[in-house]
Design a protein around this ligand. Structure first.
Ligand code: TRP
Length: 435
């Protein structure tokens, strides 16, 4: 097989103004990655996702402009990268629906963000779904469509998003199992070396803690904010500790190794906090100042950004439109005149694997069985009312092996003379083949 380039894709929710934490944790590494050879990058403004959290139209629009300007000012090259706005791609909500139909409601019940809202309601003695929108509930499916639409291999995200990527893999597996091999299973890419940047108060820099330093504040504003970073009460001349020093950690995120070593020594030597803050201010400004002008110019020319984003959407739709056409045919949303056989893509079956056979019995219910590669019966299901349920059960056995065996125990029947180890081993083969 040819070595295809790795495709990276990530989305940025358009609800706020980018801060230094976003820059260090996401913008800077993503822009750098997009310059690597063999990388194919898709970066987009997740404005449909923003609607889930924010009901202020002006803020969505302003944030979209600020985030786009920030990424461009930070060096993102829209010629090399496919940079677009989610809501310019109508195929994404369309794919969202197809995926909705292969996603278990129970799976979405377990999504962290939704569960956190429910838990909070329950703790307060409210109705579990009080103030919970279906948008929040569906968040992972929309995100799955973002990723699967472009057959992304690697998705750089924060740790809190890992569960969404796992769900996306399951959606792809479920879809492929029912309709053939159309979607690519993505992997989360967690940037381990990027520690979370602390904010003004020492906690993680985050809008929700109101402790951020905007990426493109003016020099004066930047200086003022940095002066407000928490320190301890050690006097000038007294040795200071780098452990737990927010100031030191922020400095480290911008400085070179020798610069960091020098500040470490200055701490030991008792640098005054005021001087350390000045050092930090100048170091950050050295990186940001050249981008600041570019940022202002972009913010003042929204029409230019609009044009860039629309060009990005054209590039993105060159992938999305044909894939969506293929998926529509796959699921049966077809022209009535052409024969079904001419429109479907054959599923590829690996003959060496044990096989699942799905069938309908005389009682009208849907069943499946697992046969060893030599044809022996290994596992027999009980009846399912709908074929889709049987198919989803098969998919979860193929993907999660043992774990699914336990979860589906009530739907399965052991076969005389076949040990559970033998069944587990057969499922293991499947898990490996689909990994
Ligand atoms: N949910 C992501 C976040 O909050 C944003 C996002 C939306 C995303 N769609 C995506 C990230 C697709 C990666 C891929 O950070």
């Amino acid at each position: 097989m040819m070595n295809k380039p790795q495709r990276f894709l990530t989305g940025i929710t358009t609800t706020g103004t980018p801060h230094l934490g976003n820059y260090v944790g996401s913008i800077r590494p993503s822009v750098a990655a997009s310059k690597g050879v063999g990388a194919e990058s898709f970066y987009f403004l997740a404005d449909y996702h923003a609607l889930i959290k924010c009901g202020e139209p002006e803020r969505i629009q302003r944030s979209t402009l600020e985030i786009a300007a920030s990424w461009l000012a930070a060096g993102l090259d829209p010629e090399r990268v496919t940079f677009y706005r989610q809501s310019d791609i109508p195929e994404i909500p369309e794919l969202t629906w197809l995926l909705t139909c292969v996603t278990g409601k129970g799976v979405l019940n377990r999504a962290h963000a939704y569960k956190a809202s429910v838990d909070k309601n329950e703790a307060a003695g409210n109705d579990p779904d009080a103030d919970v929108t279906a948008g929040l509930f569906m968040y992972p499916v929309l995100m799955g469509a973002d990723i699967l639409m472009f057959k992304a291999h690697k998705v750089p995200v924060g740790r809190d998003q890992i569960q969404h990527i796992e769900m996306t893999r399951d959606m792809a597996k479920g879809f492929n199992h029912l309709y053939g091999d159309h979607l690519v299973l993505p992997e989360a890419l967690i940037e381990e070396s990027v520690a979370l940047l602390p904010g003004l108060d020492g906690r993680k820099m985050s809008k929700s803690y109101d402790n951020t330093i905007p990426l493109f504040s003016s020099r004066t504003e930047l200086k003022k904010l940095i002066a407000g970073i928490v320190t301890d009460s050690r006097e000038p001349g007294q040795a200071k500790q780098v452990e737990g020093s927010a100031l030191f950690q922020i400095y480290q995120a911008f400085a070179s190794e020798p610069e960091t070593t020098a500040l470490r020594q200055a701490y030991v030597d008792g640098i005054a906090w005021g001087d350390a803050k000045n050092l930090l201010f100048e170091r950050i400004d050295q990186d940001i100042a050249p981008m600041r002008e570019h940022y202002q110019a972009l913010i003042n020319d929204p029409a230019k950004i609009e044009t860039l984003l629309l060009a990005g959407a054209d590039k993105a739709r060159a992938f999305a439109t044909p894939l969506m056409r293929e998926l529509r045919v796959a699921v049966g949303l077809r022209k009535l005149a052409a024969p079904a056989s001419a429109q479907t893509k054959q599923k590829t079956v690996k003959t060496v694997l044990p096989t699942f056979k799905q069938y309908r019995d005389a009682d009208g219910q849907f069943y499946f069985k697992l046969l060893a590669s030599d044809g022996r019966l290994l596992l027999q299901s009980l009846g399912f009312v709908a074929p889709r349920e049987a198919a989803l059960a098969i998919a979860s056995l193929q993907q999660r092996g043992d774990e699914a065996l336990t979860a589906l125990a009530g739907q399965l029947q052991a076969v005389d003379g076949v040990s559970s180890e033998e069944v587990a081993a057969a499922l293991q083969q499947w898990a490996e083949a689909s990994a």
